[in-house]
Design a binder for this molecule. Structure first.
Ligand SMILES: Cc1cc2nc3c(=O)[nH]c(=O)nc-3n(C[C@H](O)[C@H](O)[C@H](O)COP(=O)(O)OP(=O)(O)OC[C@H]3O[C@@H](n4cnc5c(N)ncnc54)[C@H](O)[C@@H]3O)c2cc1C
Length: 526
């Protein structure tokens, strides 16, 4: 872009934020340009744009000033919290990044079971602080490093603890939201003077659905500066560990139970999940397979390869395994839960393993996942450094996911592993968790790729899985789909309408998705 415009904008950013909170230095810009992960793996590098400037707002006023300056100089803005997700970076030219790391306040209202969080408070931090007061937040399954505000306002928000603590999209209470025109919009009880942050609805209709759509707006609808989220009980002392990462020494959690479980067929596994959900006894659940487990167990690529060669985990976990954690307020309560759990697993032909099965590491992986989702990142990126999904990523009933979506993604993945386009780490590397003690699961199938390898090519597996899911009327990208092709993109169309309402000029939010949909659909349809 023209350097005189950028220089003028930079001068105004410095006036508004202070020189230490703005950068156009090429070295800094470069560090906000690349993201190792799903983006590289899935789509290649062509869509990584260099931002023109990076800003560090510290308040609502700073955010408003940045938006105003962007509008004045024809720049696009994009906010991120911890930037674990690839859509956090620039997705088109002329973008100014708002790195929200200076906004990291956390306010806990344990008695009223909610907390107010700013963007840069991580899942891990909020857990530790809340546990000290006998409560826990839901931890988005992305891991302890990610922001709960981001998943609640702009992303998806499920995780292994969703079985007990719901999903972040459903934990949202009041919200402070700076729209693309710089207006401060207050959702829920916050909009009533003096009422506080305790309720997501009213006065008037709830706007939370509009805020985030089906699976989040990915930073296209403005900037979220604070959100209140629900809290849930934590029975007993805070989680404590000694030693060093990644395999800390966890101290025993009283009145808890942690096990791995394997089922040998999908029908029985699905039946067990329905029953476990209905029994309302589980506090954390997560399905992985040997690929993810080997990634979590190993500390180097050499060790990973040796573990694969020995084949220990593939033999036991090759067709997937579950981690289940239960935590109760009393010994009697945990005894009851264990009895119910063991009965359901036995009746459905499952095998229960102690988590020390493969030694201390395998125990620490289970317990740290159960408390914080600690090993998700490690499993997702070892050993290739990039991960993609063999779609469909479905969020549907257990039957839909197990009996229809999973076989489709397995077939898509096998077609690509057989020609070495993605890593063959075992037949099944599927991640699943039950949500809200219900009949719903969310399912995604991790596939590992090294994007720099000449043969690597994950996008075909994604397209094949998507096409076969569409043919079978299955939801993709966590969205249930209408059977009628006419209504299939209903969520996306509504998101486009909302974006146009919030940013009528279409000039200051990153409108890449708007353009794409305009090309896909006739004008009257949008
Ligand atoms: C390996 C891996 C596993 C994951 N697993 C899960 C999972 O189990 N469940 C799940 O729900 N998600 C998952 N995710 C997706 C995502 O990382 C999470 O939803 C996470 O909460 C995002 O938090 P973050 O701080 O990384 O957000 P960021 O990466 O900073 O941002 C995510 C998106 O939200 C926007 N955004 C962030 N903050 C703001 C803000 N303050 N204002 C406006 N827009 C903003 C960004 O522009 C971006 O598009 C996973 C991602 C990875 C890489």
């Amino acid at each position: 872009m023209q350097s005189t415009i950028l220089q003028a904008a930079y001068t105004e950013f410095v006036e508004a934020l202070g020189a230490g909170n703005v950068s156009i230095d090429p070295g800094i810009i470069e560090s906000y340009t690349y993201m190792n992960g799903l983006a590289q793996g899935g789509i290649g590098l062509q869509w990584m744009y260099r931002p023109v400037a990076v800003t560090l707002p510290g308040s609502v006023e700073d955010v408003q000033a940045i938006i105003e300056i962007c509008g004045k100089y024809g720049l696009i803005f994009k906010a991120h919290s911890t930037a674990w997700w690839f859509m956090a970076l620039a997705t088109c030219p002329k973008t100014v990044i708002l790195d929200m790391r200076r906004m990291n306040n956390l306010e806990i209202h344990a008695e009223d079971l909610y907390y107010i969080t700013e963007p840069y408070v991580t899942v891990g931090e909020s857990h530790i602080e809340c546990m000290r007061q006998g409560v826990i937040p839901h931890g988005c399954g992305a891991g302890p490093n990610a922001s709960n505000l981001a998943s609640a306002t702009s992303m998806q928000g499920t995780g292994g603890s969703s079985v007990r603590t719901s999903m972040n999209e459903r934990n949202v209470l009041a919200v402070e939201w700076i729209t693309p025109t710089g207006e401060v919009l207050k959702l829920g009880s916050l909009n009533t003077p003096g009422a506080g942050w305790f309720c997501g609805d009213g006065p008037g209709p709830s706007l939370r659905g509009m805020m985030r759509g089906a699976v989040g707006n990915n930073g296209y609808n403005g900037v979220f500066t604070r959100v209140a989220l629900k809290l849930y009980p934590w029975y007993g002392p805070p989680y404590e560990a000694k030693g060093g990462p990644p395999f800390f020494d966890t101290q025993e959690i009283p009145n808890s139970y942690l096990r791995y479980v394997v089922w040998s067929d999908f029908e029985q596994e699905a039946d067990a999940l329905y029953q476990l959900g209905e029994a309302e006894i589980i506090d954390y659940n997560n399905r992985w397979a040997s690929g993810a487990f080997t990634g979590a167990m190993s500390t180097s690529n050499q060790e990973y390869l040796e573990m694969v060669k020995k084949g220990d985990y593939k033999e036991k976990f090759g067709n997937g395994f579950w981690t289940f954690f239960m935590h109760a307020p009393s010994q009697r309560a945990i005894e009851y839960r264990i009895k119910v759990f063991e009965k359901i697993v036995a009746n459905t032909g499952g095998t229960i393993y102690h988590c020390m099965l493969f030694g201390k590491r395998s125990y620490e992986i289970a317990i740290q996942n159960a408390v914080f989702g600690m090993f998700i990142g490690k499993a997702a990126y070892m050993p290739t450094s990039a991960n993609t999904g063999a779609l469909p990523m479905t969020y549907e009933t257990i039957d839909q996911c197990y009996k229809h979506a999973l076989p489709i993604s397995l077939a898509a993945k096998e077609a690509w592993t057989s020609t070495d386009k993605i890593l063959n780490e075992g037949r099944d590397n599927c991640y699943v968790c039950i949500d809200e003690d219900g009949h719903y699961v969310h399912i995604e199938h991790a596939a590992l790729v090294e994007p720099w390898e000449p043969l690597s090519e994950p996008i075909g597996a994604i397209l094949l899985g998507t096409a076969n899911a569409l043919k079978n009327n299955l939801g993709i990208m966590y969205m249930p789909l209408h059977a009628s092709p006419k209504d299939m993109m209903i969520y996306q169309k509504q998101q486009v309408k909302i974006q146009q309402l919030l940013d009528p000029t279409g000039k200051i939010t990153n409108h890449i998705n708007l353009k794409a949909f305009e090309q896909l659909m006739p004008e009257e349809e949008i």
